[in-house]
Design a binder for this molecule. Structure first.
Ligand SMILES: *[C@@H]1O[C@H](CO)[C@@H](O)[C@H](O)[C@H]1NC(C)=O
Ligand SMILES: *[C@@H]1O[C@H](CO)[C@@H](O)[C@H](O)[C@H]1NC(C)=O
Ligand SMILES: *[C@@H]1O[C@H](CO)[C@@H](O)[C@H](O)[C@H]1NC(C)=O
Length: 487
């Protein structure tokens, strides 16, 4: 328990110290407002009575809000039974997932926050503060999500209810909701929930952490850099799109039903070792929109509207899935997919662009189309009939060698800034590429591979001499063949 108390104190200190530097001005503003009102009272008795009544009313209103938020979480914890009915929320309060949520997890819970190191702010928003930290029980640094004590949500609440503690608890429900979603929606393309620490209702028992305080511990990723991606090889851009489609496929039939991502921006995603992960679930909707007529089920986008039927259950069924697909098309595919697609795959890419841009394919068909492209690309089948059989004959191969004194040239989009490094299926594809670059006189296959298993080949204009290298092979162009294909 000693550790837990230290964790509690630490959590409070971390939040405060980070924010002091961030938002001194808004604290000052809050301070002055409180002061000017506090100095107002003139007569005692009546006013005091009135004051107490107001406070009581505010307190009840806040408690009511807290109860509403608590009930909103219940459907996420308890799935519907076969009849589409959910158990009575009041019956679940002793239920173990609920206790998990209110008490904190065993692994990377409150105790792990003791001795937390290297704290750095990664971002702050209306509700949340995200910091990077090293925890005792975790090998890699993690991201901690905390209530942003100086965020808009918190200051609005304090203005309304004058109760910082209660407000912290109220605002923390957004974090708790997100945490439950992360727990229920575990998938390789969703950021991993590693643990959490939370203060309990009424204090005591929750590891000594003050009520309303919550910290969610997540795996840390790198922000998705669209500009950088636009300049990356097609293979890497395709990976982001494929990961996204795998995620949307999972979300369309998740344990919580069909989940729609209402705020679908690249900044909701990060990458972990090149893999795309959804990191922000604030704006995930687990319910389909209710409707009375078909008009209620129109999907509106800046340049396109789509209409869906209102089902017999008075729901816009499939709306979440369709919205997700179209958003993937407009925010990701249009920028990342068609540009520089490999020649043997362009017709398949065009087909995906059209079927998602027109919402003609559902997520199953879209995933199938993506996996088909991946399979062709990794097997090299897309190159069949594109590469002349004989082209490799134009090159002399030296196995077990590398080169030194290289004369490099640049190509785009290269895996290396210094020279021309591209991924190829095999030596034949590399030979085809070398023959299409007028500067190319030789290339090396080093055995290094990309995420699809394709080989990295370095192309160059010349080199001084060969050196022994057991892992690589050098291909030297015999002649500058006049019949070489143009790029
Ligand atoms: C201060 O007083 C003004 C008017 O008297 C009132 O509108 C406002 O809500 C009060 N603010 C606080 C923080 O009590
Ligand atoms: C979409 O619908 C809205 C409202 O019905 C309409 O104002 C808008 O022009 C439509 N947009 C397109 C691209 O059809
Ligand atoms: C899909 O193809 C049709 C017919 O070729 C074309 O009219 C339409 O603009 C295309 N839509 C998209 C989103 O590419």
């Amino acid at each position: 328990m000693g550790n837990s108390l230290r964790a509690a104190a630490l959590l409070a200190v971390v939040v405060l110290s980070i924010l002091v530097s961030l938002l001194v001005t808004s604290v000052q503003q809050l301070g002055t407002r409180t002061f000017s009102n506090a100095s107002a009272p003139t007569s005692y008795g009546e006013e005091e009575e009135e004051q107490r009544e107001v406070e009581g009313a505010l307190r009840r209103a806040l408690l009511h809000q807290l109860e509403l938020r608590r009930r909103e979480l219940v459907p996420l914890l308890l799935p519907e039974d076969e009849n589409g009915e959910r158990p009575d929320p009041d019956s679940v309060l002793g239920y173990s997932p609920w206790n998990e949520v209110t008490l904190g997890s065993r692994d990377l819970g409150c105790d792990s926050l003791v001795d937390m190191q290297a704290v750095e702010v990664l971002g702050s928003g209306y509700t949340k503060l995200v910091v990077r930290a090293r925890l005792a029980g975790a090998r890699a640094p993690v991201a901690l999500k905390l209530v942003n004590e100086q965020g808009v949500d918190m200051s609005k609440c304090v203005e309304d209810f004058k109760d910082p503690r209660g407000c912290r608890e109220l605002v923390s429900y957004k974090l708790r909701r997100e945490m439950i979603l992360l727990d229920r929606l575990r998938h390789p393309n969703v950021i991993q929930l590693k643990g959490h620490c939370a203060g309990v209702q009424g204090g005591g028992g929750g590891g000594g952490v003050e009520r309303g305080r919550v910290a969610v511990v997540l795996e840390q990723g790198a922000p998705l850099q669209m500009i950088q991606l636009l300049q990356s090889p097609w293979e890497d851009r395709f990976r982001v799109c494929l990961d996204l489609v795998r995620l949307l496929h999972f979300l369309s039939r998740s344990p919580l039903g069909s989940v729609g991502l209402l705020d679908f921006q690249p900044r909701q995603f990060v990458t972990v070792s090149g893999q795309l992960k959804l990191t922000d679930l604030d704006d995930a909707s687990c319910e389909e929109a209710a409707c009375r007529a078909d008009e209620d089920c129109t999907l509106r986008f800046p340049h396109r509207n789509f209409s869906l039927p209102c089902s017999g259950r008075r729901l816009c069924e499939g709306l979440n899935e369709k919205r997700n697909i179209y958003n993937a098309y407009r925010f990701f595919f249009t920028y990342l997919l068609p540009h520089q697609a490999p020649p043997g795959l362009t017709h398949l890419v065009d087909h995906i662009m059209n079927s998602t841009g027109e919402l003609k394919a559902d997520i199953d068909q879209t995933l199938e189309a993506f996996e088909h492209i991946l399979q062709l690309y990794t097997s090299g089948l897309h190159l069949e009939n594109l590469l002349p059989e004989s082209i490799i004959g134009d090159y002399a191969v030296m196995r077990g060698t590398g080169t030194s004194g290289n004369v490099e040239y640049r190509c785009w989009p290269s895996y290396s800034q210094q020279g021309c490094v591209l991924s190829v299926h095999d030596a034949r594809e590399a030979a085809y590429i070398c023959s299409s670059h007028s500067q190319c006189s030789s290339f090396t296959l080093t055995g290094q591979k990309t995420w699809t298993g394709r080989l990295l080949a370095s192309f160059r204009s010349g080199f001084d001499h060969l050196v022994p290298d057991g892992t690589s092979e050098v291909y030297v162009r015999r002649t500058k063949a006049p019949g070489a294909p143009s790029p």
